[in-house]
Design a protein around this ligand. Structure first.
Ligand SMILES: Nc1nc2c(ncn2[C@@H]2O[C@H](COP(=O)(O)OP(=O)(O)OP(=O)(O)O)[C@@H](O)[C@H]2O)c(=O)[nH]1
Ligand SMILES: [Mg+2]
Length: 347
């Protein structure tokens, strides 16, 4: 009996597949698409039943929704860029082509993610700030970071020939990525201070180290010994007295890293309409000037207060409650406590 049932189920499945494929080839038949974009079966039979039997596996997936009302920083970092730099003969300690390529990839990410309002990059890393109210991918952490890191990697590879026209890319580069939440303005600003201070410390060390090696003729080991235990004043002094280099005159992109800021949209224009307009401008004609305006690229200090008072829209309003933004349709009168009639209603 069971064997007979199985036999007929199999027949029905074959018939189902046949009818579905035939109907989908007829242009007059509206193709039914499932959520995932695959054609749905015409009949629901054992395969659907079997699927529901295995549905429980979805329960193993963990919820990774980012907490509401927090800033989210997505940071990417080049994997093994020490090797990538060596393999492609990047100039030491800074290769402007590599830094500009990183900036180009970061700009692609900024264009792709409306909610990324600021980015900060140095060396082989970039941090992207998502505003508190970001709703991208329903704030699903893995979905955001995987899409972001894959966009960054593909842009880095795609635009490589524009920045290294004479250097063939030897192998596909990759990046890691993570998202960290910051609940307060101060926490967020301290995170960015940490990254910019890191840029300063590394760049001062590397500039002095490579001056000792390239211009001073020292071995790597000797240069390392020479710098061991030195403070930043000592390194400035070595650069100036031995090599005539004033560290403060070094290019700002090396000393401070790159900051990208999305311009505040004009009041009264919805975020969606603003972005759409900017994208249309970029696609038609006046792209360069407009795009530059839309995402500003700067090499400036982000540790002090000036940057934050120049661009207050980056932090938004930390006291705004999501409840304030709910649609007025859903508004209900909430008893205030001193309203006697409301209290009566509640009795
Ligand atoms: N020559 C040169 N090297 C660079 C430049 N930018 C980044 N790098 C290299 O990239 C490295 C970045 O540091 P890390 O991220 O700590 O090192 P990594 O090799 O990428 O290692 P993981 O991130 O742990 O995979 C630097 O140490 C440099 O070797 C550049 O402009 N010129
Ligand atoms: Mg790295």
């Amino acid at each position: 009996m069971i064997q007979k049932c199985n036999f007929w189920f199999q027949r029905l499945n074959v018939l189902n597949d046949f009818v579905t494929s035939k109907l989908l080839t007829l242009s007059s038949f509206p193709a039914r698409k499932s959520f995932h974009g695959k054609p749905k079966s015409f009949f629901h039979t054992s395969s659907a039943m079997a699927n529901s039997k295995w549905d429980y596996v979805k329960k193993f997936e963990l919820d990774d929704t980012l907490l509401p009302n927090c800033f989210a920083i997505a940071r990417i970092d080049g994997r093994g860029f020490h090797r990538l730099a060596k393999k492609h003969n990047w100039t030491r300690p800074n290769d402007i082509r590599a830094l500009k390529l990183m900036n180009k990839a970061a700009k692609c990410v900024m264009e792709d993610f409306d909610d990324a309002v600021l980015a900060y990059g140095q060396s082989d890393e970039y941090s992207f700030l998502f505003r508190r109210e970001a709703e991208v991918f329903q704030r699903r952490s893995a979905k955001i970071i995987t899409n972001l890191v894959s966009k960054f990697s593909s842009a880095f590879t795609y635009y490589w020939p524009s920045y290294f026209p004479d250097v063939k890319l030897q192998y596909p580069p990759s990046f890691d990525g993570r998202i960290v939440l910051y609940p307060t303005d101060r926490n967020l600003r301290d995170y960015l201070c940490w990254r910019q201070a890191d840029c300063h410390i590394n760049n001062l060390y590397n500039t002095t180290f490579w001056a000792l090696v390239q211009q001073g003729g020292m071995t790597n080991n000797d240069a390392q010994q020479r710098l061991s235990g030195t403070l930043s004043g000592d390194k400035n002094e070595i650069l100036f007295s031995q090599f005539g280099i004033n560290y403060n005159s070094e290019p700002e992109i090396y000393r401070k890293g790159t900051v990208m800021v999305k311009k505040a949209r004009p009041q009264k224009v919805s975020r969606k309409a603003y972005i759409k307009q900017k994208q249309e401008n970029a696609a038609t004609g006046n792209a360069d000037a407009d795009e530059e305006d839309y995402i500003m690229e700067m090499y400036c200090d982000i540790i002090g207060d000036k940057f934050w008072s120049d661009y207050p829209h980056l932090l938004g309003n930390s006291n705004a409650s999501p409840a304030d933004k709910s649609k007025s349709k859903d508004k209900v009168d909430i008893p205030t406590g001193d309203d006697k009639s409301e209290q009566k209603c509640g009795q």
